[in-house]
Design a binder for this molecule. Structure first.
Ligand SMILES: [Ca+2]
Length: 94
């Protein structure tokens, strides 16, 4: 078993391969971030419906936009992440 693991590590490609970038759409518009960026996008099922949602940060004001996954690679238009009915902000961000 240990030999198989070591062998798989030795034979693994030295550099990971990535697909070409894809410009994502939410509704009929491209997903955009505001300058200066630092969006740190990630996938998380924010609403717990079993569909991954795209979560995108915004450096300015520390807000986070959520594009809810609709299935089959489609996203709903973005909405600000809210906490207790208010737009959530990460403190300490300019
Ligand atoms: Ca979801």
């Amino acid at each position: 078993m240990l030999m198989e693991v070591l062998l798989s590590l030795v034979l693994a490609p030295a550099t990971p391969a990535f697909d070409a970038p894809v410009r994502m759409k939410a509704g009929d518009r491209f997903v955009q971030v505001e300058a200066p960026g630092f969006a740190a996008p990630c996938w998380h099922d924010v609403d717990g419906d079993g569909q991954g949602d795209l979560v995108v940060g915004q450096f300015n004001d520390g807000k986070i936009r959520v594009y809810r996954g609709l299935g089959k690679g489609k996203l709903a238009p973005g909405e600000w992440l809210k906490a207790e009915g208010e737009v959530a902000q990460v403190p300490g961000v300019w």
